[in-house]
Design a protein around this ligand. Structure first.
Ligand SMILES: [Zn+2]
Length: 94
């Protein structure tokens, strides 16, 4: 059995994912909120910061969720200072 450190709260766990069981529940709820925000549509130039605020989640957690398969291909700049720049780096972390 592999013991891993929860990416969210730092506690040790042996569950499937990257987070412990309790955080997986919180993650799920936040991903639903995030999807809700995304499904409402967003303006060009929306940053990760904007998204995090809208969804009521932390930037750190948002980054983690955006690495998921279902969000691959969606790219948001970190902050508004990146607007207009071309950045090919997408959330394709495997
Ligand atoms: Zn945890």
């Amino acid at each position: 059995m592999e013991i891993k450190k929860c990416l969210r709260c730092g506690s040790l766990h042996t569950t499937e994912g990257d987070v412990c069981r309790e955080c997986a529940i919180k993650d799920n709820a936040e991903v639903i909120k995030l999807k809700g925000v995304l499904s409402e549509g967003f303006e060009i130039g929306t940053t990760k910061q904007d998204l995090a605020i809208k969804a009521g989640i932390t930037a750190k957690n948002l980054n983690r969720y955006l690495q998921a398969e279902e969000f691959s291909g969606i790219y948001f700049p970190e902050t508004s200072s990146n607007i207009g720049g071309i950045n090919e780096k997408k959330a394709e972390l495997k």
